[in-house]
Write a protein that binds this ligand. Structure first.
Ligand code: ATP
Ligand code: MN
Length: 468
């Protein structure tokens, strides 16, 4: 008999119609468990397309003893059999095995995932195998769905996806410490007569770094195509070992000509709600699993956020609230100081009980490109703060007036040779424009309810860690 085409397990579990029962099916996947007795074996198989396993039932007498011995946790098998209604409560259908083929054995003595219930810390050490667990399968499916939803949201709005460079010659992005990219000999680099490393002889003829943001390039795009967005990897060489910082993370940076800061806030709020709703509508099985295993307030929190209006207020008002809170903070609160995650979370979780958008920050603590307010003290910045996360989005209206931008660049000693091309946009057809950056992993962290950013990216890059 011919082997039917392979079915993915999600289809079998979710899309089987009454007329499909009794048909022969073929599936492939990894064995999660095998139990039973000397007559019958129940094999739970998972192929990663859905959180649930399909149950394969094998009559022991129908198979070589040697073959069933190799059906162990972690082994990869192909099964052909009859799809039948399952008498068990857990699954709608199961497969009565006619043929089992071992595609890859897995030694039970050494397979690291032989037992259930490993800690997330342990699983980080086996990042090459952790996608085989329910938890990471769920997280990575949700991560995929959110990526897709991001492109869908912007495409439906008529925005264009811009690929900003990963290697940058500009030091001016100012968002954080950078990694150098070089092909010079690390031990004996060529030197200038003054004894400095001679980057003129490096690959690009100048010193180059990994980008910390695609924003400046996105602005060039917006001032030509109206609405654009980037979605790519960004790199920060800061030694911040927190549960919310990675050295390599993905960022979404929309940039819009003709948007002021209010339009910008509206878009950010609509975007975040869209992504959360998309996950609720498309990843419910995975969310229910995470809700049950890790965070029983997760789904409720997600639903709440899609319902409420985000609170919008100025940085100055937020400082007043924090000062009057009577709360003991680790870091000081004073006008002019940057807010720490503890302050952001107080505002969101305790004071307002919903997401908060803070605007009009002191000019000294924000980047050079933000639009200056009339008061001469603040800029049209906007940070979106979320429960459990703190800052999830940072953005602003940009300074579009050439003279003001140049003045700020000079005040901050940013070399004009690094930003002449950026300044050019304010010389030729400048326009009011705005944009923001959403840290993708912070969003995945929020939607999955996980506590550590290392658990929402397949291969986390953090200080002292780049094994896989
Ligand atoms: P933070 O104050 O939390 O360190 P930031 O102000 O340095 O963040 P921005 O430069 O404004 O961050 O970057 C835009 C967004 O990128 C942030 O709102 C956040 O969601 C995300 N982000 C920033 N740094 C990191 C990081 N190291 N790892 C993961 N996401 C990050
Ligand atoms: Mn920020």
């Amino acid at each position: 008999m011919e082997t039917p085409e392979r079915s993915i397990i999600r289809k079998l579990l979710k899309e089987t119609k009454p007329g499909d029962l009794g048909s022969r099916v073929h599936l492939k996947g990894w064995v999660r468990t095998k139990r039973g007795n000397k007559n019958i074996a129940f094999i739970a198989v998972n192929d990663g397309t859905i959180i649930h396993n399909i149950q394969v039932v094998a009559q022991v007498n129908d198979f070589e003893e040697d073959l069933l011995k190799q059906v162990t946790t972690g082994a990869c098998i192909a099964v052909t059999g009859i799809l039948v209604e399952s008498p068990g409560q857990e699954q709608p259908v199961e497969v009565q095995a006619q043929q089992i083929e071992i595609l890859g054995t897995s030694d039970p003595e050494t397979y690291p995932l032989q037992k259930k219930g490993h800690s997330l810390e342990f699983l980080r050490e086996i990042a090459h195998l952790r996608p085989r667990t329910n938890t990471f399968g769920a997280i990575f499916r949700i991560r995929h769905a959110l990526s897709f939803a991001i492109h869908k949201f912007f495409n439906d709005k008529g925005f264009y996806y811009i690929h900003s460079p990963i290697i940058t010659g500009s030091d001016a992005e100012g968002a954080g410490a950078m990694f150098r990219v070089s092909t010079l000999d690390a031990i004996q680099p060529p030197l200038t007569p003054e004894g400095k490393v001679d980057y003129a002889r490096d690959f690009f003829g100048k010193e180059t770094k990994l980008t910390v943001s695609g924003q400046l390039e996105a602005e060039l795009g917006a001032l030509a195509l109206s609405g654009v967005y980037t979605f790519g990897p960004t790199f920060r060489a800061e030694n911040s070992n927190t549960p919310r910082h990675l050295a390599e993370f993905w960022m979404i940076e929309p940039e819009m000509a003709f948007y002021d800061i209010h339009d910008n806030m509206d878009l950010a709020e609509e975007f975040l709600k869209y992504l959360i709703r998309y996950a609720l509508e498309n990843c419910l099985d995975d969310l229910q699993f995470l809700n049950k295993m890790y965070d029983n307030g997760l789904i409720e929190r997600l639903e709440h956020i899609t319902d409420v209006d985000f609170e919008r207020l100025s940085y100055t008002k937020a400082i007043d609230i924090l000062k009057e809170s009577g709360e003991e903070f680790e870091f000081p609160v004073d006008w002019g100081l940057d807010l720490q995650a503890e302050h952001e979370r107080y505002l969101v979780e305790k004071h307002f009980g919903k997401p908060v958008i803070l605007t009009d920050y002191p000019i000294e603590i924000k980047a050079f490109y933000m639009k200056q307010n009339e008061d001469g003290k603040t800029v049209r910045a906007m940070d979106v703060l979320f429960p459990k996360i703190g800052e999830i989005i940072g953005g602003s209206q940009r300074e579009e007036v050439y003279e003001k931008l140049l003045e700020r660049i000079q005040q901050l000693d940013i070399p004009e040779k690094d930003v002449w091309w950026y300044l050019d946009t304010r010389k030729f057809g400048t326009a009011p424009h705005s944009g923001f950056g959403l840290g993708f992993e912070r969003m995945v962290l929020f939607v999955t309810g996980m506590g550590n950013i290392r658990d929402v990216i397949p291969f986390p890059r953090t200080p002292q860690n780049a094994e896989f």
